[in-house]
Design a protein around this ligand. Sequence first.
Ligand SMILES: Nc1ncnc2c1ncn2[C@@H]1O[C@H](COP(=O)(O)OP(=O)(O)OP(=O)(O)O)[C@@H](O)[C@H]1O
Length: 219
Amino acid sequence: MGEVTVHALQGVDFTIGEGEFVVILGPSGSGKSTILNIAGGIDVPTAGQVLYRGQDISGYNQKRLTNYRRNAVGFVFQFYNLMQNLTALENITLAAEMAAHPIDPRKLLAQIDMAERGGHFPSQLSGGQQQRVAIARAIAKNPDMLLCDEPTGALDVSTGIQVIHLLKDFNETYRKTVVIITHNSGIAEVADRVLIVKDGRIAGDRSNANPIAPEEVAW
Ligand SMILES: Nc1ncnc2c1ncn2[C@@H]1O[C@H](COP(=O)(O)OP(=O)(O)OP(=O)(O)O)[C@@H](O)[C@H]1O
């Protein structure tokens, strides 16, 4: 930034295994979003490697990065980022149509308990309902991993638990990798593995032998 160099991350080195449910915890500004955006091919690191199934995506050109984002990764954001002029079902279908091996959008709509709400626009849905649609949209592409940046940050406790449930179900039903960034250390107890980020570095990396159910999270 001008004269000042900000090192968003420094010497970060970790591996996430296929099918793992990982929570990344850390204070504001510690570098969590930067990690997620680099893993998802939204940001590109200035140095280092980002290996996905043995391939270094940090060396990809824009076209290959687009393909990577399209097929390998599903994103879930804090404020849902749904297309406002499309219905819930259309939002999910749009993502499905982009992917090579999508999951049936109507089946997902039923799974998120919104079969009756497919024709509603985002402005006609609650925050929790919008986030469920956003998760269904991310899952519809049938990606190898879901990257979620504060997915419960804008939700009340019971809706937040419902959202964590949905992410856990996806992880267990499809054996897909889920990575969640959160400020909420309670959510970390649901994960198989917890990464702690501090000042742009990995300050902790622990496994949970007995992850708790989303309902048991002390919010
Ligand atoms: N576009 C940018 N330009 C300059 N500095 C940035 C930019 N984006 C992030 N940073 C800096 O990089 C560091 C890491 O930011 P990052 O957003 O990854 O943190 P975070 O842990 O996700 O924070 P939060 O929990 O508040 O979202 C911070 O010091 C931040 O100020």
